[in-house]
Design a protein around this ligand. Structure first.
Ligand SMILES: Cc1c2[nH]c(c1CCC(=O)O)Cc1[nH]c(c(CCC(=O)O)c1C)Cc1[nH]c(c(CCC(=O)O)c1C)Cc1[nH]c(c(C)c1CCC(=O)O)C2
Length: 351
C-alpha cells in the first residue's frame, strides 16, 4: 500500500462503485484509453519502441495522464502492457507494431517451462517510479494497475504471438495437463508479483486481463485456468480487483469465482443479463458489481446512436450493486478522441 494516504480517493466514484456503494456519478474509463487514438500519444511515442516507452517512467506518466486530461475519465489506467513483466523477467519478446506481442522462442517443452524466469521487484522499478510520479499528479483520480492473466499470457508464450484459434495452447493444455499446470503456475507467480509491486507502489485498483479466455469452454476454463487466476487474484490485498475477458458471457460466474470484486463484461452480453447470471450462480454472495460494456465500434456510429446506447447500458447497469462504465473491449485505434470525450459527458449526465 502507498505510504501516501490520499483521502480524496475515498469518495472517488470508481472506487465507491467497485465496493458496491452509491457513487456521486456513474464512473467511466475506457480500456486502451491511453494510446493510439490520441494524436498527442502518437507524437510522444514517435521514434520510441512500445516496450522502451513502458520502461521510461516519465513517458509512462505522460501517456497515462493524456486521456485523463482530455476526457475527464474517472480512472487512469497505467500505460504498460501485459507482456511487460515477462520482458522484465528476461523472456525474449517484443511488441511488433500492428501485430502485438511476438515471442522469440515459443514454449513447447518441460525444459522451456523450467527455464521461465521469476520476476524480481527491482526488474520493474521503472513501473514503480512511474506510479510514484502519477500519484503526485492524479489527485482524486484513482490509478488502475493491471496484469495479463495466466491463460492469456500462456497463449502468447505458447503460440509465439497473437493467435486466432489458440490451437497450440489448447493442444498443450489437453495433451499434457501436468506441463500445462506447471506453465500456468510459473506465469501466475510472475503476474502475482507484478500486481503486488503495483499495489505496494500505490495503485487504487487492479484489473486482471484474461482477454482471450472466451476461447475456452467453461469446463476447460474451470479445470485449466481458474485455479491459477484465483491464486493471482487471491494474492492481491487491499484494492478492488477487476477481472475481464472478451467473449466471456458463458464464463462470467466462473471468472467471479476466481476472485473478482468487479466482473468485466464485453458488449455481447447485456449488463442486466450478466448481473442475473452472476446472481443466480452465487445467491449467497453479495450482489455483483460489473464493468462495461459499450461496443467500441459504436464510437463510430454518430452521437445520437452513441447516446441511445449509453442510456441503455446505464439503465441495464442499474441491475448491479455497482456499475463502472467502460467499453466491452479496448478503444480502436481510429476512434475520434472527441467522440470519446463526448461519451464521457453522456455517461456523466446520467444519474
Ligand atoms: C491482449 C493485450 C495486450 N496488451 C493488453 C492486452 C489486454 C487488453 C486487451 O484485451 O486489449 C493490455 C494493454 N496494452 C496497453 C495498455 C495500456 C493502457 C490502456 O489500456 O490504455 C493495456 C491495458 C498498451 C498498448 N499495447 C500495445 C499498444 C499499441 C502499441 C503502439 O502504439 O505502437 C498499446 C498502446 C501493443 C499490443 N499489446 C497487445 C496487443 C494485442 C497489442 C496491439 C498490437 C497492435 O495492433 O499494434 C497485447
Amino acid at each position: 500500500m502507498s505510504d501516501k494516504p490520499n483521502p480524496a480517493l475515498d469518495a472517488a466514484p470508481l472506487l465507491v462503485a467497485a465496493r458496491g456503494g452509491t457513487p456521486s456519478r456513474t464512473p467511466v474509463w475506457f480500456m486502451r484509453q491511453a494510446g493510439r487514438s490520441l494524436p498527442e500519444y502518437r507524437k510522444l511515442r514517435a521514434g520510441t519502441a512500445m516496450l522502451d516507452a513502458c520502461f521510461d517512467p516519465e513517458m509512462v506518466r505522460e501517456i497515462t495522464m493524456q486521456p485523463v486530461r482530455r476526457h475527464d475519465v474517472d480512472g487512469a489506467i497505467l500505460f504498460s502492457d501485459i507482456v511487460v513483466p515477462l520482458k522484465a523477467a528476461g523472456v525474449d519478446l517484443d511488441i511488433v507494431p500492428g501485430t502485438g506481442p511476438v515471442v522469440a522462442k515459443p514454449i513447447t517443452t518441460a525444459a522451456d517451462v523450467a527455464a521461465l524466469p521469476e520476476l524480481h521487484a527491482e526488474q520493474v522499478q521503472p513501473v514503480v517510479d512511474a506510479i510514484g510520479l502519477l500519484l503526485d499528479e492524479l489527485g482524486g483520480v484513482p490509478l488502475i494497475g493491471f496484469a495479463g492473466a495466466p491463460f492469456t499470457l500462456a497463449s502468447y508464450l505458447v503460440e509465439g504471438g497473437p493467435s486466432r484459434h489458440h490451437e497450440r495452447t489448447k493442444a498443450l493444455m489437453h495433451a499434457d495437463p501436468e506441463l500445462w499446470h506447471a506453465l500456468l503456475g510459473r506465469i501466475a507467480d510472475i503476474t502475482a508479483e507484478f500486481l503486488r509491486v503495483q499495489v505496494a507502489a500505490g495503485v487504487s485498483a487492479v484489473q486482471l486481463f484474461d482477454s482471450w479466455a472466451g476461447a475456452l469452454s467453461e469446463r476447460d476454463y474451470r479445470e485449466f485456468v481458474l485455479p491459477h487466476s484465483r491464486r493471482v487474484l487471491g494474492s492481491v490485498e487491499g484494492v478492488p480487483r477487476i477481472h475481464f475477458g472478451v467473449g466471456t458471457g458463458e464464463l462470467l460466474p466462473a471468472m467471479r469465482e476466481a476472485g473478482a470484486d468487479v466482473v468485466g463484461v464485453d458488449w455481447r452480453t447485456p449488463l442486466d443479463v450478466a448481473v442475473r447470471r452472476l446472481r443466480d450462480a452465487a445467491p449467497d454472495l453479495p450482489p455483483p458489481v460489473v464493468q462495461g460494456n459499450l461496443d467500441p465500434a459504436l464510437l463510430f456510429a454518430g452521437l445520437p446512436v452513441l447516446e441511445r446506447e449509453i442510456d441503455r447500458i446505464v439503465a441495464e447497469g442499474r441491475a448491479a450493486a455497482g456499475h463502472i462504465f467502460n467499453l466491452g473491449h479496448g478503444v480502436l485505434p481510429d476512434t475520434d478522441p472527441d467522440v470519446i470525450t463526448k461519451a464521457v459527458e453522456m455517461v456523466h449526465r446520467q444519474r
